[in-house]
Design a protein. Sequence first.
Lengths: 115, 114
Amino acid sequence: DTEVTQTPKHLVMGMTNKKSLKCEQHMGHRAMYWYKQKAKKPPELMFVYSYEKLSINESVPSRFSPECPNSSLLNLHLHALQPEDSALYLCASSQHQQGDNNEQFFGPGTRLTVL
Amino acid sequence: AQSVTQPDIHITVSEGASLELRCNYSYGATPYLFWYVQSPGQGLQLLLKYFSGDTLVQGIKGFEAEFKRSQSSFNLRKPSVHWSDAAEYFCAVGDHSGYSTLTFGKGTMLLVSP
């Protein structure tokens, strides 16, 4: 299985809602990533987990809260988002966080709309 | 800090014609280099990668790229473009000196005309 899956595909939420994005991989990868991608822009790194520990937080607002319950799962909890947070949220995984042959495999993304 | 420049925002190529997408990087040592493709509303798919060794790298879907250290370039090529190749293409550099994060270029949108 060489796939990263993400659910849901689409999410519409109000600014007072709490929701979660889910990402799963079964490739035995030990590094997992959250990216945010606005239209016609490249992905921007948000968080990196390495061996289930948060290793990079790119100064992301606290209304985004990542969680890595185990080596296969990565969640992104959303609370009190703003309309400007509407974007495509991409999850990725790689074998490790450092070293050779370390390409990242991306999921299809969750299209988030905040009303 | 590392950076990637993709000088062409859009490129239009006739179906069956050859393609070259440009990528220039800035990095202090030998970089890890990647090309990803993204169809509208989809995730990123890895086309090919360069870590070391042979500077001409073959990828999926008939794509290849050549690493030229003297020009700090990693241009993507395909000899004959198909309509299904229309998509956004991102060049990225990986930092292997510490944590392995990717820095993406701004992307090049490929349009394929009949």
